[in-house]
Write a protein that binds this ligand. Sequence first.
Ligand code: CMP
Length: 138
Amino acid sequence: MNQTLAIIKPDATGNGDAGRIIAHIEAAGFVIRALRMVTLTEAQARAFYDVHRERPFYQSLVAFMTSGPCIPMVLEAESAIRRYRDAIGATDPAEAAPGTVRQLYAESKERNAVHGSDSAENARREIAFFFSESERIG
Ligand code: CMP
């Protein structure tokens, strides 16, 4: 069993898709170990996406991620990181496989409904970014 950090992003919460996305994730076999709703400050969004600070889309990404509530979640499953990335599909919804979360709910490469950790090291960092140890026991 391992864990990954998922985020339902402001486009999806704003569209009223959060419940459907959570149901999709649970139906795909993930156990939700922690969940909260939070509207990120600019400093929090900048810090979370610090690895992208040199990218041309960074400012726009920070503006998008602070534009409404996010729902970060700790998901657990066997090979959770790879399996969750398979379940959400490619970053660009136009390239996401049929039936994936992004193919079903994302609007664009930036407004792409959900985030998923891309490595074990980043999963640890991202889980700790949103949840204290006492919030993710189990
Ligand atoms: P995420 O999986 O959260 O990781 C980084 C985010 O940056 C990504 O989802 C998108 O929201 C955004 N992103 C990545 N590439 C691009 C791009 N080419 N243009 C705009 N936004 C992007």
